[in-house]
Design a protein around this ligand. Structure first.
Ligand SMILES: *Cc1c(COP(=O)(O)O)cnc(C)c1O
Length: 411
């Protein structure tokens, strides 16, 4: 049925033995029995290790890797990632607790995000983590809280870049944004920082997300390093932290191809000597979310009914958009496309059929796969949605329609 149309990229990260997928080395049916329920998310720790190892052997060794935990804040997974990366990036007080519980050094945690409340900032200052300032008002609040609590807050300036890139129609940054301080306002902010009792660490420049084109990331890095070196001339103290963002994407949809790391690595290699010369104390940080964890996770739901409506077959499963909003196409997609999906306990099967996989919610939005070819599935079979390790459960409206909660395991 896919004649002439692009296919999904092959999903080879989980081995298939006897036509059954294995996650964490465990056959899916056995894993489901072990968890004692469907639906669930399963994350494979070996794949997390492999992904970080791939980055370590491809990127220059001087590059630090941070995990942006909003991609997947499951505490066991964050704990595992904490042992692999050089730092964590958080975006709320809830994430701060998870990061500290994972045993990460406060100096390796940074806190970005607009609209940080005074209570959140006070907690961040007490913890001794770095606050990435998003506005002049936030700067004054942090300085006041530092005076009140007799602490010298650690801060970095998040910059809204002054460049705008259009690559493959994707706007990468610049323009009016609620995130960060406009680059042209940064020199004045830096002067103000110099008047206050603050420990200035450096800069944070984040220009976009889910990019599959290495040349776009290379171009972004060129702009980011150029801008950071210019801004650093106004810095009130040596720059020790240069967070150049992330944006590394993973393939989700038909026609998507994996991101090529080599050109990105070569370009970072080109920039590092100049950065070392001009900012000798700076650690260069890449902050990655989905690229680290997205491909290591699968969402698994069980077929509870199958029906034919006017010639079209529907598989109705016990999970849906309330657990996996992104796979339903309602989390930032403009045109709905299917995530890669298989019947996990019948990957190839004996018979194939074109079906639509829907969840139990009483809304037409609750579609996990629209008109896709799968092995012929029966009630009780397990439908697997790949590429589900990032922006899954916590990015979904779990309370919508009051269905039972989803399980999560790290295996
Ligand atoms: C969300 C976010 C990330 C992670 O983005 P991914 O697309 O998951 O890699 C990194 N940095 C900041 C500032 C973010 O807000």
């Amino acid at each position: 049925m896919n004649a002439g149309r692009p296919a999904h990229p092959p999903m080879l990260q989980f081995p298939v033995i006897d036509d059954c997928l294995r996650i964490g080395g465990i056959p899916l049916t056995q894993l489901a029995a072990r968890i004692g329920q469907t639906p669930f998310y399963a994350y494979d720790r070996h794949l997390l290790d492999e992904r970080v190892a791939l980055l370590r052997r491809t990127l220059p060794p001087a590059i630090d890797l941070h995990y942006a935990i909003k991609a997947n804040p499951m505490p066991a997974l964050v704990q595992h990632m904490a042992g692999l990366v050089d730092g964590l990036d958080i975006a709320s007080l809830g994430e701060l607790k998870i990061a500290l519980d994972a045993g990460v050094e406060p100096s390796a945690i940074s806190f970005a995000g607009p609209g940080k409340r005074p209570a959140e900032l006070a907690a961040a200052i007490a913890a001794g983590i770095t606050v990435n300032l998003e506005s002049a008002h936030e700067l004054e609040t942090v300085a006041r809280l530092g005076r009140q609590h007799n602490r010298r807050p650690s801060i970095a300036v998040r910059v809204n870049p002054d460049f705008e890139l259009k690559t493959a129609g994707m706007k990468m940054g610049g323009g009016p944004k609620p995130f960060g301080v406009d680059a042209e306002q940064v020199p004045a902010l830096l002067r103000r920082i110099g008047q206050l009792e603050l420990d200035f660490r450096g800069f944070h420049l984040f220009a976009g997300s889910q990019n599959l084109r290495a040349e776009a990331i290379v171009e972004t890095h060129d702009h980011i390093f150029g801008l950071a070196l210019r801004l650093a001339t106004d810095a009130p103290a040596p720059v020790r932290l240069l967070n150049v963002g992330g944006g590394f994407g993973i393939p989700y949809f038909p026609g998507d191809t994996p991101l090529e790391l080599a050109p990105i690595a070569a370009n970072l290699e080109r920039w590092l000597p100049l950065v070392k010369e001009r900012l000798p104390e700076a650690r260069v940080v890449l902050e990655l979310g989905r690229y680290l964890v997205g491909e290591a996770g699968a969402y698994v739901a069980e077929v509870v009914d199958r029906k034919v409506s006017r010639g079209h077959t529907f598989l109705i499963v016990n999970g849906g958009l309330h657990h996996h909003l992104a796979a339903s196409g309602n989390f930032g997609q403009v045109i709905r496309k299917n995530y890669p999906v298989v019947v996990g306990n019948k990957v190839v099967g004996t018979e194939r059929e074109v079906v639509t996989v829907v969840g139990p919610l009483c809304t037409p939005l609750d579609v996990l796969a629209d008109r896709t070819e799968l092995a012929k599935a029966d009630i009780g079979d397990l439908i697997v949605v790949f590429q589900s390790g990032a922006y899954g459960l916590t990015a979904s409206p779990m309370a919508f329609l009051g269905h039972p909660p989803c399980a999560e395991v790290l295996v």
